[in-house]
Design a binder for this molecule. Sequence first.
Ligand code: SF4
Ligand code: SF4
Ligand code: SF4
Length: 186
Amino acid sequence: MLHPTAPDIVARIDALLPQTQCTRCGYPGCKPYAAAVACGEAGINQCPPGGSATIAALAALLRRPVLPLNPANGVENAPRVAWIDESRCIGCARCLAPCPVDAIVGAAKHMHTVLSDRCTGCELCLPPCPVDCIELRDATAPATAQPALNRARFDAHTTRLMSRSLERQRELDAKKAGASRRNTEP
Ligand code: SF4
Ligand code: SF4
Ligand code: SF4
């Protein structure tokens, strides 16, 4: 029997998750959900993108009974990818940062497009779009089937956002320091 405090248990659970970071499990990403499953706070049946295959894998790892997907977390859909109607896209770039795997390309004031081989269908880009020009379409080769790549892309995305945020904070601090020096000069 695998004990919940066994070494690497969170990583071993996380390795079985699709890494879309969609938050449908009720947690802010796959790793937080893995931690919640490990400590018994969450059930093994809360991940709609992984569906029955993920539940079976978690049940086998944790020696727990297989359960049906919890309908409160959603339903198991056929794989989908986002598609942008470029004729309606206003190039606001609000969909870029929310995409956990950097599947959207485009620059401010230019139309944007989705790299369908990267897109996991997580839907996180839909709410920020002010003109509702992103929709989900059926996927032929779903990115949910490549969790290791999804995780690597999410890690790269998170690191880039953090370094941009630090850079902006440094610029702000430098401006404040400059203004303060000017105010104290005789
Ligand atoms: S893929 Fe599954 S575990 Fe990961 S955030 Fe989405 S619902 Fe949660
Ligand atoms: S393009 Fe949209 S649906 Fe696809 S991975 Fe990025 S945020 Fe998710
Ligand atoms: S949020 Fe919508 S309108 Fe803005 S760049 Fe993305 S797809 Fe285009």
